[in-house]
Design a protein around this ligand. Structure first.
Ligand SMILES: Cc1ncc(COP(=O)(O)O)c(C=O)c1O
Length: 379
């Protein structure tokens, strides 16, 4: 993988924590700098179309990344944005049900539990092996199930759900399948239209290497039809240039007939979205298939180098449907001691659920994995 030169990572440490934050590529940092200049010298913002250019560019990069149409995409500031937009936009009745995983990331559970005031029941199912399977969900789906909401790549195990199996169950039961792709999009190929899923929401700051405060949400035609909009935002229907007209007939303004009617306010978020578009473009141009293969190679290299007397490597499930994220349990010493050893060796990883989480991405090189192996093995 020849992208390392696109990043300004320190040479004296190893960043193996994409599941927390992806580093901003140098070109994206330059895009922020350019936008800061626009704000320092605001006449740049006056250029015709300036307010549309940034979100249009971002939307067009995301359409290429996901092979979807621009009209199916919502620009967002998080993955929670898309989850709440669906939770708040569906016409829930008392007794309606939502299925989630009890051990999922909080973002996937909280938008639904807060609907208890409407009488919505959130069924929190405990997976047998970290992620729910179609067989575990099937007996729990009822005619009252409106939504199944799950993380694609589980943040706390790296395991992946069976998108097609669970999606088909949802289709058969007329429930929306809402998928949080935050731990996968940018690292693992996904074209949401190729699967029976209705909503794909994601942050932009992990495997897409965008700034914090970025994200998107893709809506299937079925979801777009069911999720009502709670706003009529002027920049969704007008451009800054329209304000030049002598009079504006605001009564005639309607929300756009596409997913963009759900865009986050401040859609021309210059600092964040210009950089997000640039980083997502780098990921897309590099090729997600290549990135995924590279990341899996790196994690295999790490797994085969680890001294099993020092760490127990957690099973990642089906190798054909596997993320590159690894979980390692220290043996014979505390997590704190293990984390300290890694920090001393300047290997940046995360601590999750009593284990060390290792999350390589396309900027990592094999020699960095060898560096990490030496640190894990106490060499
Ligand atoms: C699966 C998952 N969803 C969401 C988030 C956070 O995003 P948000 O702030 O959009 O909830 C994370 C990690 O930070 C995550 O791992």
């Amino acid at each position: 993988m020849d992208v390392r030169a696109e990043f300004d990572l320190p040479i004296d440490r190893v960043w193996l924590n994409a599941s927390h934050q992806g580093p901003l590529p140098t070109q994206a940092a330059a895009a922020v700098a350019e936008m800061v200049r626009w704000k320092q010298q605001p006449h740049h913002l006056m250029a015709p179309g300036a307010f549309n250019e940034v979100p249009d560019r971002l939307r067009s990069v995301l359409t290429r990344l996901l092979s979807v149409s621009a009209d199916e995409l919502v620009l967002a500031n998080s993955s929670s944005y898309g989850l709440h937009l669906v939770a708040n936009g569906l016409d829930f009745r008392p007794g309606d049900e939502v299925i989630v995983a009890r051990n999922d990331f909080p973002s996937d559970v909280l938008p639904w539990t807060r609907l208890r005031h409407k009488g919505v029941v959130t069924k929190q199912l405990q997976p047998h092996r970290q992620v729910l399977t179609p067989a575990e969900i099937a007996p729990e789906i009822t005619p009252r199930t409106r939504v199944v909401c799950l993380t694609w790549v589980h943040s706390l195990s790296g395991r992946m759900i069976d998108l097609d199996g669970i999606g088909q169950l949802c289709l058969d039961n007329d429930a929306l399948f809402v998928v949080n792709g935050s731990q996968g999009v940018g690292g693992i190929p996904i074209n949401p239209g190729d699967h029976p899923i209705d909503v794909l929401t994601s942050v932009g700051f992990k495997y897409l290497c965008g700034p914090y405060g970025t994200g998107f949400c893709w809506l299937s035609p079925r979801a777009l039809d069911r999720v009502t909009t709670t706003k009529l935002y002027w920049l969704n229907s007008l451009s800054a240039d329209d304000l030049a007209a002598e009079e504006l007939d605001l009564d005639s303004i309607e929300a756009p007939d596409s997913a963009r009617r759900h865009d986050v306010f401040g859609t021309a978020n210059f600092f964040n979205f210009a950089a997000f578009a640039t980083s997502a473009d780098l990921v897309t141009r590099t090729g997600i298939e290549r990135i995924h293969a590279h990341n899996l190679d790196l994690s295999e290299r790490l797994v085969s180098g680890i001294d099993r007397r020092r760490y127990e490597v957690q099973d990642r499930g089906d190798p054909k449907n596997s993320s590159a994220v690894l979980f390692l349990r220290p043996l014979g010493r505390s997590l704190e001691d293990a984390a300290r050893e890694l920090a001393d060796a300047r290997v940046d990883v995360a601590r999750r659920r009593g284990m060390i989480r290792v999350a390589p991405h396309f900027y990592n090189r094999p020699d960095e994995i060898d560096w990490a192996i030496a640190a894990f093995n106490g060499a």
